[in-house]
Structures are given as structure tokens and as C-alpha cells.
Design a protein around this ligand. Structure first.
Ligand code: ZN
Ligand code: ZN
Length: 361
């Protein structure tokens, strides 16, 4: 039986690094792809087997202890693992791997979500290699079947154990289990079939989305190894705070300040809504806390048709700086309307109060 150290041409006390280097040098020289002679193929198998044993510190230690029974080289657990463990799948594994999903935060203005908005998003991501189109090989070259494992991606190996010779199946070390080798990797992607790039992704963000909602864009995530199918790009929506309007579902909430005379006499006004001018009618006798609803001027509903409403909570503004003449008029008004003295009434937790709370957020 040949000595594994001799096969690799290293000393018995060589470090793991040295063993690895020796194996790589010999593999390059003897690999059936570069050296077609029968002798080389035979030596390549010996070298690979020697490296299988010495390349792993644990199996190397067992080898160093020799074939004596006292070493306890394999326990039952090991043997079971060898029999039933990984590496016994039917065929070679695929180079193509599905790409990763990615997540991107999108900041939107409230006005953007009223009708939806088109965005050109710039993302740093992995795209298909433009030189090899995911083939991983240099132009004009192609993958070749691995001659070590015959394309199966696995090699069988005999291991001596207390129970006699055990045949184990392991991923092929030459092709890493792919069943094929790439003699000349694509220079652009170094044989990965994909590359980093900045992409611009056009997205139509639908109306009605709200903070925290995730929009799924299947196939817009990262391209996988060897041009594998791209993952999903998730857009996480963040709607920025608006100075005037707050949102409650599909409705927009706002505060309408109305002067005391207008509240008493009634008035018409045009105010600036989220999407243009809105005509508002303040009825005579309007009170603080009344809500004026303008239909269909809220946010477009995400599901289903139509829009929510614009709801304006009225706040009556009392004049605070008055001249002598105004004071006289107000005193006269108090007498003419027989205005009651301040008095208690039932506590009101109206919609307006709730709206004020939301607006303070
Ligand atoms: Zn490439
Ligand atoms: Zn192989």
C-alpha cells in the first residue's frame, strides 16, 4: 500500500496548508482535462484519495495512528453517518441557485398615495452577467463533464473500519459536486454568472398604500449564482407626515378654522385640498366640533373603486384683540341673543376630538 504522504510528496509533519498546496499543484498537473494519459488518470485518483485522507485533520490523525485496532477509528455513529448522511443524493447539484430577495424602503408624500405614483427606483443588486449570460464560461468555451466523477457529482470511496470495508459516497472534490468543470471561467463574473450593478426599476405604486405596507415585485430581486432565477424585491412603503392633512383609512382629516361671525352667519370658501381646490360651505350656526364632509376627496381605495372622503373638523375662532367699537357690538350681541351664562353640558367625545388627537400625532 502506498503512503499518502509520499503520493502528495510532502513530509509527515507537513502543515494542512502545505498539504493543500501540494494537492492543488498535482491536481493541476494530473487532472484528466489537461493530462489525457492513462498513467496520469491513475495517479490523479491516488493523489485525490491521499488528499481526501490527509486534507482533513481528523481523518489524517486516524491515518497517522495506523491500522491498529486500538485507535477506535470509527464509532457506530460515524458509520451510520457515512451510510445515511449527506452526499447520497441522486445526481449532481445544479450551479444555478435561486437569487436572494431584497428589501427597499420607498418614501412617499401623502399626495403620491392619493392617486398612486410612478417611480424609477435605483437599486444596487446582482444582475445576469452581460458577457456570459449566466453560463459562467468564457466566450467560445463551455462547461465540460467532470472526468473524475463521470458527471455524477459524487465519488465512491472505500474506508477501512472495524466492520470491514465500507463504501461511502461523497461529493466529488474536483467539480464540487456539480458534475462538470469550467475550464475557462468568464472573465467578467469570474465564473459566477452574475455581477453587481445598479439597476433602475420602474414601479407603478398603487393608490391607497400606507406606511408599513410591502409591495412585492417578483423577479426583481438579486439574480442567483450561475444566472439562477431572480428573487423578489420587496418595497416597504413609508408615507411622510403631511403638514395639513392626516389620514384615517381612506379618509383625509383636516381642521377648518372659522371666524365667529362666519360660524354664526354661514360662509362659503375655497380651500386647497390634497389634489386641488375644494369648495366648502359653512352653514349658519356652525359649532366648534362640527365636521364638514366633502365626499370623494380622500385617498383612492387600495382595493375596490372610489375614494374616501375629506373630513374637516370645524374650529370656531373667537376674536381676541378687539377695538372699542367691536366691543360695543359684542355687548349688544350678547344682550340681543340672550346668550346664556357659561354652564355645564354633557361630556362630548365627538369625532372632532378624535380627529384632533390624530392630528397631534
Ligand atoms: Zn460572466
Ligand atoms: Zn466531479
Amino acid at each position: 500500500m502506498t503512503d499518502h504522504y509520499e503520493t502528495l510528496g510532502v513530509a509527515r509533519d507537513a502543515g494542512q496548508d502545505e498539504i493543500k498546496k501540494a494537492y492543488r499543484r498535482l491536481a493541476r498537473e494530473l487532472h484528466p482535462d489537461v493530462n489525457p494519459s492513462a498513467d496520469a488518470a491513475e495517479r490523479f485518483k491516488d493523489v485525490t484519495h491521499a488528499y481526501d485522507v490527509l486534507g482533513d485533520p481528523q481523518s489524517r490523525a486516524e491515518y497517522d495512528r495506523g491500522p491498529s485496532l486500538g485507535g477506535g477509528a470509527f464509532g457506530f455513529g460515524d458509520i451510520f453517518e457515512q451510510f445515511f448522511g449527506g452526499g447520497r443524493s441522486a445526481g449532481p447539484r445544479s450551479r444555478r441557485q435561486p437569487g436572494q430577495d431584497s428589501l427597499l424602503r420607498v418614501d412617499l408624500e401623502l399626495a403620491d398615495v392619493v392617486f398612486g405614483v410612478h417611480r424609477e427606483l435605483r437599486v444596487q443588486t446582482a444582475v445576469l452577467c452581460e458577457t456570459c449570460d449566466g453560463a459562467c464560461t468564457a466566450p467560445g468555451t463551455s462547461e465540460e463533464r467532470c472526468t473524475m466523477c463521470g458527471g455524477s457529482g459524487h465519488v465512491q470511496r472505500q474506508v477501512r473500519s472495524l466492520l470491514g470495508n465500507v463504501v461511502t459516497t461523497q461529493p466529488c472534490a474536483v467539480c464540487q459536486g456539480f458534475g462538470s468543470v469550467i475550464p475557462q471561467p468568464c472573465p467578467t463574473c469570474a465564473g459566477h454568472g452574475r455581477m453587481r450593478a445598479e439597476r433602475t426599476i420602474p414601479v407603478d405604486i398603487p393608490a391607497g398604500v400606507d406606511t408599513g405596507l410591502r409591495i412585492q415585485l417578483p423577479g426583481q430581486g438579486e439574480v442567483g449564482e450561475a444566472g439562477g432565477p431572480a428573487g423578489t424585491l420587496y418595497l416597504e412603503v413609508n408615507v411622510r407626515h403631511h403638514d395639513v392633512f392626516s389620514r384615517a383609512g381612506d379618509d383625509l382629516l383636516g381642521t377648518l378654522e372659522v371666524s365667529m361671525p362666519d360660524a354664526a352667519l354661514g360662509a362659503r370658501a375655497t380651500v386647497e385640498g390634497i389634489d386641488g381646490p375644494v369648495d366648502v360651505e359653512v352653514r349658519a350656526g356652525t359649532q366648534s366640533g362640527d365636521v364638514i364632509t366633502i365626499d370623494d376627496r380622500g385617498v383612492t381605495r387600495l382595493r375596490g373603486a372610489g375614494r374616501g372622503d375629506l373630513k374637516l373638523g370645524v374650529q370656531v375662532v373667537t376674536p381676541s384683540r378687539i377695538d372699542r367699537r367691536t366691543e360695543e357690538l359684542l355687548r349688544e350681541l350678547r344682550e340681543r341673543t340672550k346668550a346664556p351664562a357659561p354652564h355645564l353640558a354633557a361630556f362630548k367625545q365627538g369625532l372632532f376630538a378624535k380627529m384632533r388627537d390624530r392630528l397631534r400625532l
